[in-house]
Design a protein around this ligand. Structure first.
Ligand code: DGL
Length: 271
């Protein structure tokens, strides 16, 4: 059975995978987390194109793939066009911060969009901002230390909370909702919540990506026939990390060899 391939710079894309699995439990998935090269958010478009082309080639060498889901806002923002042009036979779905959705539901309110440096400075989000800026008060902010924290790099929880409180201090009082513009960020939703005075609603585009993927597969007649029938077949392949067999996903984590044990723990936590 042909699979849906999902990839990201590391663990973040698991938040998208989860929504895909919920919506299409009868599909089979292959997930690639390029942890050894995280964070992507500080890389140039050229570097991102090179890395993600390699990721797609590795996935294709391993499995029969019917579509790619780029579970990474940064890659979608900075490399979507050239990356998809490298694989003209495969359909791609990308992800961008759910700003339009947040504005629709919160006209006139203060919406804070958090993302990586590349996403926040990227043309894609800037043009979305231009399109919507008269409808709400929109702030765009690069939160650079969330990805290293989620990836388990050297930052203690205490230092991380200090970083978050300090970075978000100017937004503490009057933010109404937060757009999680990086797929790693839903993992620290509760930590983020503590940094605002108001009860915050979070917007995460993972659900929209799952819907878009389903529509695309359906349009092309590629949806798995049974809605749930194949969900139990699983193959766990690991590049250099082993995984507990919890999800019907072929999983590759391209881990830094020095950090494998830490990454195994995190994988258990996040899945
Ligand atoms: N999770 C990715 C995103 O949505 C990339 C984060 C990173 O590696 O910097 O942007």
């Amino acid at each position: 059975m042909s699979k849906i391939a999902v990839f990201d710079s590391g663990f973040g894309g698991l938040t998208v995978l989860k929504e895909l699995q919920k919506l299409m439990p009868g599909e089979q998935y292959i997930y690639y987390g390029d942890s050894a090269n995280a964070p992507y958010g500080e890389k140039s478009p050229e570097e991102l194109l090179k890395l993600t082309t390699e990721v797609c080639n590795k996935i294709l060498a391993e499995d029969d793939v019917k579509c790619f889901v780029i579970a990474c806002n940064t890659t979608t923002s900075e490399a979507f066009g050239p990356l998809t042009a490298n694989f003209p036979d495969k359909p791609f779905v990308g992800i961008e911060p759910a700003l339009r959705w947040a504005v629709e539901e919160n006209p006139g309110k203060h919406i804070l969009v958090l993302g990586t440096t590349a996403t926040v400075n990227g043309r894609r989000l800037r043009s979305r901002y231009e399109e919507l800026k008269d409808k709400a008060k929109i702030s765009l902010l690069a939160a650079t230390r969330i990805v290293p924290y989620v990836e388990g790099h050297d930052i203690t929880r205490e230092a991380f909370m200090d970083y978050l409180r300090e970075t978000l201090a100017p937004y503490r009082k009057d933010t109404d909702c937060v757009v999680l513009g990086c797929t790693h960020f839903p993992f620290v939703r509760e930590e983020l919540r503590k940094c605002f005075d108001k009860e915050i609603r979070f917007y995460d585009a993972a659900i929209s990506v799952a819907r878009e993927t389903k529509a695309l597969l359906s349009e092309r007649g590629l949806l798995a026939e049974s809605a749930a029938g194949d969900a139990s077949t699983s193959g766990i392949i690991t590049e250099n990390i082993s995984n507990t067999n919890k999800t019907p996903v072929t999983l590759f984590m391209n881990s830094d060899p020095d950090r494998i044990n830490r990454e195994k723990e995190l994988l258990d936590e996040y899945q």
